[in-house]
Design a protein. Sequence first.
Length: 167
Amino acid sequence: MRVLLLLCFIHLGINLDAVGESKAQCILIEARKLIGIKEAPGQNNRGPEVDKLILRAGGKPGQAWCGWTARAVHLDCGCPAGGGMAMSWFVPSRLVKSIMPGDVFSVWNKYLNRIGHIGIVEQVLPGEKFIVTIEGNTNGFGSREGSGVCRLTRPTKQLYNYARWWQ
């Protein structure tokens, strides 16, 4: 089936790189729509919009939701996706060294001794020393236990690795 689809794209003259790039653009568009979603006051990982987002991605309300945010966006764009657990996004076949908008990044948590938080790369700033991100379950300080979907600027030296699911 995959070969048939590839042949179909070739026959129709569709540029497969452009298809991937349009999926990356879709991820950015959909992620931007989520900026500002907040947990309900006094509720950890809960709130009407947060619950809806987690459910849409296949999770259970009340779970940590950075991974569910990335999953919802990828599924909305017809891309394969990791699960709700942050570590599930970083399988060897998806790891990349060069960062591009639409990629997923991870933050290593030394207390958990594992990947503890993820988000979506919105922009790579010149020199690749910083990236602009869109992240669920964070705050203005970049916490993994935040209260909303935020746009942040992070130094790349803080980040553990990157994965690409849109190609």
